[in-house]
Write a protein that binds this ligand. Structure first.
Ligand code: ADP
Ligand code: MG
Length: 622
């Protein structure tokens, strides 16, 4: 670039959008702009240290890495300077003129998803560099890249729509940002005010932080300190700083290990599960360090996908510094880290579940979905994850949960299955016909309320040698587990009578059912539909049907219709079909539709309603 030539650029459209919101926002926490700029200064310094450790030659080689903030009360300016990697001409255009970076991108995305100009979002994301325009009349970024042959440059903007780049001179390596504050924000240029803000947000910065020449912080890598030397307050502060979080941590795991790897880790579970609030899929948030040097702030593959809600730091002295994002996933060291840390975290959850049931329950309510996802995706940790799942069951009270381990310890020795029923609610499951036979034998059934639950148990297949089996499955021989405790019925159809009735019923129902059979399991209900397909319960079939609305038509396998030979309706039906076949046919249709409802499979109730009115008319008329 020729000397003294001023180049003018328009901001990218997305940047303008962000700027517009930032500048006109009513957001009260204007002071975060300091945190954002200091974080950028720290990032740039970290990157430089990394380059040096890799042996790369850098300009201004012996310059100490510190971050200098200076205020000028009378002029109303703040200057933030670092000696990090700096920026070249193209990097200025790319980094400050377009949105290619994390903070602002996430902000824009959330903004689009929330569909409104939600000013509070700024507070939740911190829009990075652009936040400075909340308070600045003008901003000048003087910079010199670490590259030996780079130029000194000055980037300038008032945040309205364009910026300028011209050459500068005499800059040291790194970046110096001079902020001229708007009249109403001049108080930020007071030393005491700047000091308060820096201490609040930037107390953990890994480089000496100077304000008007005075050192503010000492380097604090909390994760490397012994546990006994870290206060609760410090843990919480570090969480907010490191995760850029605005909630409190729910709990944390701070541990170190020497074998098989040297690890210092500090992992946090947030209070809020942002995925539940519709913010979209979370990004991994555990940063990888090697002896305090940042390797990657959100390394892919460091932890399993289902642990993406974790925040914090993993530091391993065994990692080669020149590991790159690309080679990371292949590195056997990273895989080892993954295994060790995942195991350790799962153990922490197990201990929580055992010793602090209430705390675990609260965690489960917010983050249980991630563990379920883990069961379906992560074969290595499946067994451990299964132990951590929680469901209601026929032996818990409403809203009380049990684990699969506890379920198994309550089950009779002869019971080789873990029974479950899927349904929308406790009432829906308990109102259906499937539970009767289990209740009569005191066999526990897990209640699965979420659509994903059945996928989860199907994926798992078994736990501790017991198969997961849907309680609406065909051919369940519950008598081998326990005898039913039932009052003997007054009347019951004998084999021949039942056989004739079943044949007649099958004729009435035609293709709608595959088979009509004697229901061995029915106690209080006259009839039910059971599942002949082992892999697919009624709920699954319903789900499949819903998914196939768009796709090609495939008929679900015909179900088996079971009649209860001891139920008064069935006994009456056998007499009725001989004297009033029309009414008997209506009764069969009604029983069948009723069973469909109980199985959650009736799509259109209009026929059933019509029939029901016709029958009521007869009953009330006679
Ligand atoms: P983020 O920090 O999330 O990437 P920012 O808006 O804070 O987003 O910064 C945008 C980009 O500008 C950074 O990614 C970085 O490349 C560049 N940048 C900002 N400040 C500095 C700095 N002090 N030194 C070098 N590069 C910087
Ligand atoms: Mg930033």
């Amino acid at each position: 670039m020729a000397d003294n030539k001023i180049e003018r650029f328009e901001f990218q459209a997305e940047v303008k959008q962000v700027l517009d919101i930032v500048v006109h926002s009513l957001y009260t926490d204007k002071e975060i702009f300091i945190r954002e700029l200091v974080s950028n200064a720290s990032d740039a310094s970290e990157k430089l240290r990394h380059l040096q450790l890799k042996g790369e030659s850098v300009y201004d080689e012996n310059l100490e890495l510190e971050i200098k903030v200076s205020t000028d009360d009378t002029a109303g300016t703040i200057t933030i300077q670092d000696f990090g990697i700096g920026m070249t001409h193209d990097e200025l255009v790319e980094n400050l003129g377009t949105i290619a970076h994390s903070g602002s991108k996430a902000f824009l995305k959330a903004l689009k998803e929330s569909g409104e100009r939600n000013e509070n979002l700024i507070g939740q994301f911190g829009v990075g560099f652009y936040s400075v325009f909340m308070v600045a009349k003008s901003v000048k970024v003087f910079t010199r890249s670490f590259r030996p042959d780079a130029d000194c440059l000055c980037w300038a903007s008032d945040g309205s729509g364009s910026y300028e780049i011209e050459s500068a001179s005499g800059e040291r390596r790194g970046t110096r940002i001079v902020i001229e504050l708007k009249e109403e924000y001049k108080s930020f240029a007071r030393k005491s005010e700047a000091e308060r803000i820096l201490k609040r947000y930037s107390g953990f910065v890994q480089f000496p932080l100077l304000l008007n020449g005075d050192k503010l912080n000492t380097v604090q890598a909390v994760w490397l300190k012994p546990k006994s030397e870290v206060s609760e307050e410090e843990y919480k502060e570090f969480y907010k700083f490191q995760a850029n979080a605005f909630d409190e941590p729910r709990f944390w795991l701070h541990f170190s290990a020497d074998a098989p790897l040297t690890i210092n880790a500090l992992l946090y579970v947030p209070t809020e599960n942002l995925e539940r609030f519709g913010f979209g899929r979370m990004d991994a948030g555990v940063a990888l360090y090697c002896r305090k040097v940042l390797i990657d702030s959100d390394p892919k593959g460091l932890l399993p996908e289902w642990l993406r809600f974790l925040r914090g730091v993993i530091d391993s002295a065994d990692l080669p510094l020149n590991i790159s994002r690309e080679t990371m996933q292949d590195s056997s060291l990273v895989q080892k880290l993954n295994r060790v840390i995942t195991k350790r975290f799962l153990k922490t959850l197990e201990e929580k579940a055992e010793r602090h049931a209430e705390e675990y329950r609260a965690f489960w309510d917010s983050f249980g979905l991630f563990l379920k996802e883990g069961v379906t995706m992560d074969f290595t940790h499946r067994e451990q994850l299964l132990k951590l799942l929680r469901f209601e069951s026929s032996m818990t009270d409403a809203d009380e949960l049990t684990g699969i381990g506890d379920y198994c310890s309550r089950a009779a020795e002869a019971q080789k299955q873990i029974f479950y029923l899927a349904g929308n609610s406790r009432a829906a499951i308990e109102g259906g016909p499937y539970l009767e036979a289990f209740r009569a034998r005191k066999i526990e059934v897990l209640y699965l309320y979420e659509p994903i639950d059945e996928f989860v148990v199907n994926h798992a297949g078994e736990y501790g040698g017991k198969r997961f089996v849907s309680a609406d499955a065909d051919d369940l021989d519950l008598d081998t587990i326990a005898d039913a405790i039932v009052d003997s019925p007054k009347e019951s159809l004998d084999d021949d009578a039942f056989k004739a009735l079943a044949e007649w019923t099958k004729e009435q129902l035609g293709e709608r059912v595959g088979e009509v059979a004697r229901g061995k399991r029915l106690v209080d209900s006259p009839a039910m539909i059971v599942n002949t397909d082992k892999m697919m319960s009624a709920q699954m079939r319903k789900l499949m049907k819903a998914m196939q609305k768009e796709g090609p038509e495939t008929t679900p396998p015909p179900a088996k219709f079971e009649l209860n030979p001891s139920h008064p309706i069935i006994c009456n039906l056998d007499r009725l079909r001989k004297c009033d076949a029309d009414l008997a046919r209506q009764v069969v249709d009604q029983l069948y539709d009723g069973a469909l409802i109980a199985a959650g499979l009736l799509d259109d109730p209009s026929e059933m309603l019509k029939r029901s009115y016709a029958m009521l008319e007869r009953v009330t008329g006679s």
